[in-house]
Design a binder for this molecule. Structure first.
Ligand code: PNS
Length: 163
């Protein structure tokens, strides 16, 4: 059983994240989309909301024979991966600017858990500028994010702001 975790804040999940899930699903038997519970970050959505939004989207993601699951965690990603018997941590790379940060994380995670490899996948170039932070910023200022985040999540963002 080849299990990977795909960790992140997912506040909120974007179409870039979906693209990475789709691309990684042929490589693993199971992918656990792992939502970090980081109270310091002052998120738009609670961890419970993020998990439930992702659960709502999952059935619409093509995933072949790969099982997709969602979970949340606190603390170290490497420790969480180990606790789920994962052999890999999946991360998406959008542009060269992501590389340095991702490299440092991958090396630190490897130091913490040498048996777990980080697998980098290149997001579709259409999403090279899409990040949760940018999506929230644009949305809060009234800009359009259609096509960049899943429709049900956009709806939840509208509800959150009473629009
Ligand atoms: O959505 P993000 O911000 O790109 O996700 C970053 C995440 C959650 C993968 C990273 O911040 C993380 O792994 N945090 C957990 C704490 C940890 O393990 N830190 C050491 C990694 S070097």
């Amino acid at each position: 059983m080849r299990r990977a975790i795909f960790p992140g804040s997912f506040d909120p999940l974007t179409n870039g994240h979906l693209d990475i899930i789709k691309r990684s699903s042929p490589l693993f038997d199971e992918i656990v989309i792992s939502v970090l519970n980081n109270p310091d970050k002052n998120p738009m959505f609670s961890v419970e909301e993020r998990v439930s939004m992702i659960e709502e989207i999952l059935p619409s993601i093509p995933h072949g024979d790969c099982n997709l699951a969602v979970d949340s965690f606190t603390g170290l990603t490497a420790e969480f991966a180990k606790s789920r018997d994962a052999t890999a941590i999946v991360r998406g790379i959008r542009a060269v600017s992501d590389y340095e940060y991702e490299l440092r994380m991958a090396l630190m995670n490897r130091k913490l858990e040498p048996t777990i490899e980080t697998v980098f996948l290149m997001a579709d170039e259409a999403y090279s500028y899409v990040s949760s932070t940018l999506m929230k910023q644009v949305f809060l200022l009234g800009g359009r994010v259609a096509g960049l985040i899943p429709e049900p999540i956009e709806k939840r963002m509208r509800e959150k702001l009473g629009r």
